[in-house]
Design a protein around this ligand. Sequence first.
Ligand code: FES
Length: 150
Amino acid sequence: VGVASVAWPLIDQMNPDASALALASTEVDVSAVAPGQIITVKWRGKPVFIRNRTPEEMKKLAGMDSKSLRDPQTDADRVKKGHENLLVVVGVCTHLGCVPLGHAGEFDGWFCPCHGSVYDTSGRIRQGPAPLNLALPPYTFTSDTKIVIG
Ligand code: FES
């Protein structure tokens, strides 16, 4: 009993406190994101866009050749299996870090007003100076309607 009561406070101090954990990961109820809607959540101080893509948007992406893209990635590379309609990307332009505007630009994905980078509905760079696709944060589905980012 004596040993246990000494050991516990030491172990307890080694656990990160709840506020540190809250900053490291963000839980989102994605059932509230309607088809066609983009929501922005905050994760580690950065915006993360969650977009529920419509069947029409998915159809357009399916017919697209990804090999000739600047940062070649298929749409399937950028989403989770079984939840293909849902795109989760870091909302920071890969040129110089502005926050792009959703449902804008030639591909109706995102448009960065700073220097004119255009992303498609998969968050892939299509025009303008940005070198890379919008980054994918680490995330997992904890149920059919919830994701945890981080
Ligand atoms: Fe987005 Fe320059 S920061 S185009």
